[in-house]
Write a protein that binds this ligand. Structure first.
Ligand code: DP6
Length: 361
């Protein structure tokens, strides 16, 4: 690289929404490559409300790779960041920015360091899949910066090395993470089942029961589950394969009754598997249980499901209403049963295509 180019900075910004699994990923068969024990299916949320924005920049003036999350510097020494960086760097190609007069060759990328600044517009590590949006966004932005010519599925396999669920955030709409058979992980990647326009009358309401960081991270939790739970083996081998096929059918046919039944049952089985772990893991709390009861009673009284619920590794409820009218009714019921504690909570309450209800607890 010529000396006169030492002062330049090249940057790319990307925005990636989070995704919520309706058939859960829980358990790895390979911890380093992040290969799951079963397929999973998710819905990618509207980027307006739950997303990560990441800016990656490169300059000859940077003396090391560095990263900031929500304005605070974090260590990049973890194997997961290093895997994603290494994989994208190895695919980097020549970049020529004519306007700025910058030319970076494939060889230059090996020596150049990057700076990464990432922001979540929702609580980090509170069971709202922040790592999913985070790693998907990081991999996407780095690939753009380094001109790595991979398609979304191949990028999803790289994002998977950052956090399993991240591979599903490379696509909008309904997404399946295929567990794959290859022990090197080349076929463990995400595919889009249907795009964001498909079944767009569904409305997702998130009740933030707690924005505290969870006690047991997904990574630690699922490691303990794999080591100790017999129920997980039954789930991965016998239950999920059949459920995946049924869920794909329900999504294709916009069959809300089947969709809701499958999503709720799968969420409950995931939390049962957590209880079957030694020591047991409790992600849901009393408020989560009360929200489940509210939905179950309503669905039973209506004679057909109106709302589906699903809970990730935390107490926050992700509620999927069959349409906007039902979502409005759901929000009324939630407000009645879990009155907001302050005006600030009410102000942060949004009713739109994808809504967020703060502090239901
Ligand atoms: C309950 O993807 O966060 O949200 O691969 O160890 O980073 P790691 O775990 P992560 O686990 C997500 C678990 C889940 C279910 C899901 O998203 O499928």
């Amino acid at each position: 690289m010529a000396e006169e180019l030492q002062k330049w900075v090249l940057m790319v910004t990307a925005q990636t929404p989070t995704n919520i699994a309706v058939i859960k990923y829980w358990g790895k068969r390979d911890e380093t490559l992040i290969l799951p024990v079963n397929d999973s299916i998710s819905v990618t949320l509207d980027p307006e409300h739950l997303c990560t924005t990441t800016t990656v920049s490169v300059s000859p003036a940077f003396d090391q790779d560095r990263m900031w999350l929500n304005g605070k510097e974090i260590s990049l020494s973890g194997g997961r960041f290093q895997s994603c960086l290494r994989e994208i760097r190895s695919r980097a190609t020549d970049v020529h920015d004519k306007e700025k007069g910058i030319k970076i060759t494939k060889k230059d990328w090996e020596k150049l360091n990057v700076h990464i600044a990432s922001y979540n517009n929702f609580p980090t590590a509170a069971g709202l899949a922040s790592s999913a949006a985070g790693f998907a966004c990081l991999v996407f932005a780095l690939a753009k910066l380094m001109n790595a010519k991979e398609d979304h599925s191949q990028l999803s396999a790289i994002a998977r090395r950052g956090s399993g669920s991240a591979c599903r955030s490379l696509y909008g709409g309904f997404v399946k993470w295929i567990m794959g058979k290859d022990e090197k992980g080349t076929d463990s990647l995400a595919v889009q089942l249907a795009d964001e326009k498909h079944w767009d009358e569904l409305v997702i309401v998130i009740a933030v029961v707690s924005s505290q960081q969870k006690e047991t991270s997904s990574t630690t939790g699922m490691r303990d589950t794999v080591e100790t739970s017999l129920l997980l083996q039954h789930r991965a081998k016998e239950v999920v394969p059949k459920r995946i096929l049924k869920m794909e059918e329900a999504i294709k046919n916009r069959d809300f009754a089947s969709f809701a039944q499958l999503a709720c049952t799968d969420s409950n089985q995931f939390h049962a598997v957590c209880l079957d772990t030694c020591p047991p893991i409790f992600y849901m709390n009393d408020t989560s249980h009360r929200i489940i009861s509210l939905v179950e009673k309503w669905n039973r009284a209506a004679g057909t499901p109106q709302v589906a619920y699903t809970f990730d590794a935390g107490p926050n409820a992700v509620l999927i209403a069959r349409n906007r009218e039902t979502a409005a009714l759901l929000v009324q019921k939630l407000l009645f049963c879990f009155p907001p504690k302050s005006d600030a909570d009410l102000n942060s309450f949004v009713l739109g295509d994808k809504s967020i209800l703060k502090d239901a607890g």
